[in-house]
Ligand binder design. Sequence first.
Ligand SMILES: Nc1ncnc2c1ncn2[C@@H]1O[C@H](COP(=O)(O)OP(=O)(O)OP(=O)(O)O)[C@@H](O)[C@H]1O
Ligand SMILES: [Mg+2]
Length: 339
Amino acid sequence: MIKIKTEIWLGIDLGTSTTKVYLKDKGFIAEIPTVIAFNKRNQSILAIGEEARKMIGKNPAYIEVIKPVNFGIVTNFDEALYFLEEILRNIKKDYFSLFGLRVLIGIPLNLTEVQKRGVIDVGKGVGARNVYLVEEPIAFALGANLDIDEAKGVLVVDIGGGTTDIALISLGGVVIGKSIKIGGEIFNQNIIEYVKEKYEIIIGESQAAEAKLKVGSLNNRLQPASFLLKGRDIYSGLPKEVNFTSNDLRESIFDSLLEIASNLKDIINMAPPDLLGDVTTLGIFLGGGGSLIEGIDSFLEKEVKIKVNLVEEPKFAVIRGIGKIIEDFERYRKFLINV
Ligand SMILES: Nc1ncnc2c1ncn2[C@@H]1O[C@H](COP(=O)(O)OP(=O)(O)OP(=O)(O)O)[C@@H](O)[C@H]1O
Ligand SMILES: [Mg+2]
């Protein structure tokens, strides 16, 4: 049965890999791959989300598979709009709103005014009468239950699909922050290149992603610590299989991890001394889907010599924070950005 609401109040974390959705008074309602597939023959939407994601690398010429968000930034506005419209259509099967729609969208640090307007236009385009924006590291910190209101330094690291966002927060705002183009999807590319070089096998992106998830750890102790990769021999072109281990995972993403560590060190070096003292006491807070590979926290901890705390349900910290804001809007609206 359709439930009647005064308004539909949505929180959206539009990620490079997946979009997370929160509905006020209901909670977290969906995680959907940020992918949309079009039928070019009749200009219609063929699929969104998981179904569209499965078509990547397998689509015939008449099907176009598009990822509207790249490196955390909305790059394909029309497609982002269609994508959100589809999500909304599903919500409207269950809810009818008397006074329309409000949305809060998470955005990366350092977006230009034009890029921010673009995100607002996407929100307005799906019919929202109010569109609010929050910087993802702020939402992340709220979602990790960190106290960001005080004159105290809180350092957060979000390893997503497309980017790693590092931010030092104090008094409710980002003091220094950085977004680098490394994340879970880059790890997949690292794996593809590594096995090509080491095992002379060509694999697709979905095999790389699966190997990463199945092996799951930089350490050798976790079971099962290996995954049978299926690909093609680079010389003969014939099918070939190799065993991919946690050792391989560690070696393949090692340079990417070093780069995250080096950028983290830069932020630590730039931190005002008083805030750095707080960071040393509290430790660094790590999350994002990319941080789910076991051992990344201790790798970073060794590199920067500051304790690294993995937050609860690391992939959902940003959307939890967004949810927190819309559930208690008057209390938290001071954390939104003005546009
Ligand atoms: N258990 C896991 N182990 C390793 N990696 C994982 C795991 N679960 C998810 N990931 C990876 O996390 C990434 C997605 O993380 P997340 O949802 O935080 O990114 P996003 O918000 O979509 O992207 P971004 O914030 O960069 O725009 C994907 O690359 C995915 O493969
Ligand atoms: Mg994210």
